[in-house]
Design a protein around this ligand. Structure first.
Ligand code: ADP
Ligand code: MG
Ligand code: MG
Length: 321
């Protein structure tokens, strides 16, 4: 806990990321409850530990359906629907590909093409059978694996926001490492919460600019978060489900500004697959969403500024709306 102009910041390391909670009163017990809630949710969804509900589904692949708790069924239903959208870059059955590359973990490597092709055959979301009445999930092929890494943090950020609201908190920020969700506006800053946009491949404290939001979620997904370099290329953790290789386009990062963090998490992946041009066209019809695209040729492209403002800090990058 560190007081800073009336701000009380609490931190923890959960879900493999530093977690930050900002409140405007000193309330350690509340912070502890928030961290417990995150931990409990992580335990349901993680694929990095053998005993989660999601891993129970994966272990039973090709054998039998598994009955899961309501939140797990609900999140899987959303992930399933998004994965089935036409041309979706989001595929929650990407697990076998993710596990083969091991990006961000010991033993990462560029797998032989034949291996990738074999794994891709296990990533068909049509082969996931959801039974709403039983609340069960069945992966039809042995070796199939669900991975909720692209959506779970957003869901959890929204859960934390809901919990804080229920506790009567009116102003707060939770940062789950790339997923920021906010409540209200900081009391001494009418411009809103300041959220740094990181310089891709820069130092931790190097920012391209600061976004300002009020009561919105800000989710960033970038190729510089988890990657390794080999053969002069950057192999990162956002995969193209059509090829089994990391998505390769003009983008370095995408930030989505939305009401719900789960939407931000989903759309960062979907928009990554669309790229800038198609993404901007798509967003023109989505009044609830804004996005900031950061490209390899040093542009920062904002879809609009309906739900945020942006203060650039690095003159080497060109800002466009
Ligand atoms: P993070 O916040 O950890 O950077 P993202 O929201 O960007 O996560 O999602 C990346 C994670 O999602 C990967 O680590 C992997 O577990 C999973 N993933 C990778 N590619 C896809 C994809 N195309 N569709 C769905 N999930 C994916
Ligand atoms: Mg994320
Ligand atoms: Mg995501």
């Amino acid at each position: 806990m560190t007081p800073d102009a009336g701000v009380y910041a609490y931190s923890a390391v959960l879900m493999g990321s530093p977690i930050l909670l900002k409140l405007f009163e000193d309330n350690q017990p509340l912070a502890a409850q928030v961290f417990r809630l995150i931990k409990q949710q992580e335990n349901l969804f993680t694929v990095n530990r053998a005993d989660s509900e999601v891993m129970a589904i994966n272990h039973a692949a090709g054998r039998h359906p598994v009955v899961v708790s309501e939140p797990v069924f609900a999140l899987i239903s959303v992930a399933h629907a998004v994965s089935l959208l036409p041309n979706s870059a989001f595929n929650f059955t990407i697990g076998p590909v993710v596990k083969r590359w091991k990006i961000g973990f010991q033993g990462h490597e560029v797998p032989p093409a034949a291996d990738i092709a074999a794994r891709l055959r296990l990533t068909d979301p049509h082969q996931v059978i959801l039974n709403e009445a039983e609340r069960s999930v069945f992966l039809q092929q042995p070796g199939m694996e669900i991975d909720l890494g692209a959506i779970a943090k957003g869901y959890i950020a929204d859960r934390v926001q809901g919990f804080l609201r229920q506790q009567g908190v009116q102003q707060a920020l939770i940062n789950l490492g790339g997923n920021v969700q906010t409540l209200g506006c900081p009391p001494h800053d009418a411009a809103g919460w300041g959220i740094g946009l990181k310089k891709p491949f820069g130092r931790e404290d190097e920012l391209l600019g600061v976004l300002r939001v009020q009561g919105k979620s800000v989710v960033t997904s970038g190729i510089y978060e988890r990657y390794f370099e080999r053969d002069g290329r950057c192999w990162h953790h956002i995969f193209d489900p059509r090829t089994g290789y990391p998505l390769d386009n003009e983008l370095l990062s995408i930030t989505v500004i939305s009401d719900r963090s789960i939407d931000g998490d989903i759309y960062t992946t979907l928009l990554y697959g669309m790229g800038v041009e198609q993404g901007l066209a798509y967003l023109a019809d989505q009044p609830e969403l804004d996005a900031v695209f950061v490209t390899r040729d040093r542009q920062i492209i904002c879809s609009s500024a309906r739900h945020f403002s942006f203060n650039p800090l690095d003159a080497a990058w060109q800002l466009r709306y």
